[in-house]
Ligand binder design. Sequence first.
Ligand code: ADP
Length: 369
Amino acid sequence: MKLFWRLFLSYALVIVLTVVALLLLTEVFASSFIRHHVAQMVQVMGPDGRSLQGDLTQGMRTTLTGALLIAAPLALLVAFLAASVASGRVVRAVRQLSEGSRAVASGEYRSRLPEQGQDELTDLARNFNRMAASLAAVEASRTELISTVAHELRTPMTALRGYAEGLNDGVLPQETAARGVLRETQAMERLVRDLSLVSRVEAGAVDLFLQDVDVQALLLAAEERFAPLAVSRDVRLDFRLAPKSCVYTDPERAAQILANLLGNALKYTPAGGQVHVWAEFRAPHVCIHVQDSGPGLTAEDQGRIFERFYRVDPSRSRMAGGSGVGLTVARGLARVMGGDVTVRAELGEGSTFSFTLPHSPVSSGEVAL
Ligand code: ADP
């Protein structure tokens, strides 16, 4: 049976039962009520009134029954109309929801339901619209991701094809081709590895081995790792070691965040420049700063560099071996560990990237690096 008729019949049943109950109650109570009042009237009227007692009782009962016979059908009619309107509204809302979900199921994420009113049906429509909007956003980012990845892969693939053709035509020395092929495959490997990490970070699926980590040890390990690169790029790398403090973090992931920030600072700072690294305690976090004397960033770029594949200068970033997701990974990792990565920069004045990690109250933590 259709929902409309089910609702309508259940309303109708309630209405009919109410009317029947009303008639029965009237029959039971009204009779004794009328008899009581007529007896009082007859007493007041004296001996003459006694002959009128039967007529009076009958007259009052007839009037009451007549009034009920007119009022009951009218009330029934109004009640049935109201029941039909109420059932129609519920059925209309359910039908719209059903059509809307069918549209969303077939990929039509722009489908929306009207949101008029303040009741639970409007709440349902509002929640449905929110769900459709978030599905649309997920679909848009999926499409964008596929097209960006395709674009990112096209560049190294074109280069690989060029090396293969050069070799084939005998116009490219084997050594040059081999170096080129190695560089491009490394770029593709880095892209695939970073992408997989980004998707795991975004899905909250990174395995973390949280423990107390000594900040000085974290900085010393980074200094040791990046000093040769700084020398080869003619950039002065200066680490200021803070008094001993500990953070509660995954040591490998924390080292990776610092490596991404330091790698960028060295990559984008021209020869003769400087990079400073220091840590400070800012309750309840420890904040590690990486400041460079590189090109800096505009306010707009500062708002966008943490997006996947956003690059201020795409060709320069690619030449420098960037995958375009280093900062996305760094911020995602810092956030899952209870910290964050932020930037302060000005165009032409260098940049300062800061990353925070939860401070651990242990004064001399286990050095896990
Ligand atoms: P990439 O692999 O291209 O370096 P990132 O996500 O690490 O990707 O950085 C995104 C972009 O942010 C870079 O392409 C670069 O334009 C800009 N950027 C990052 N770090 C710096 C920095 N220290 N100075 C200037 N620009 C930077």
